[in-house]
Design a protein around this ligand. Structure first.
Ligand SMILES: [Zn+2]
Length: 107
């Protein structure tokens, strides 16, 4: 996995896109963030935004907050990039919401 790409994804592509911050707040809520340092960074992302982080904080969060079990880059079925807004569900099955919908319809 390319950490630089992940770093870029943390910064909103459009103004008022808070999907990453919402995702991080879901991770905190579901206790998927471990350790006081990473938890502190996660809370800062939610309250002050990604722009408020220092480079070392960004690196720490990618390594310990995202890569270890909290990030799925591509959908397992269609290989499309998983958006932050769908990431939380993709942690379980590695599908985007479109594919999950198709699969559930087949059942
Ligand atoms: Zn898909």
């Amino acid at each position: 996995m390319n950490n630089n790409k992940l770093r870029n994804r943390m910064f909103p592509r459009e103004e008022n896109d808070s999907s990453f911050e919402i995702y991080v707040s879901e991770l905190i809520e579901m206790k998927r963030i471990e350790g006081p340092a990473v938890t502190g960074i996660a809370k800062q992302i939610v309250t002050k935004g990604v722009e408020s982080l220092s480079e070392p904080q960004i690196k720490t969060f990618i390594e310990f907050g995202l890569i270890r079990g909290n990030y799925v880059e591509f959908c397992d079925r269609c290989a499309e990039e998983i958006p932050w807004s769908e990431m939380f569900f993709a942690l379980d099955d590695e599908y985007c919401s479109y594919c999950r919908h198709l699969i559930e319809k087949d059942d």
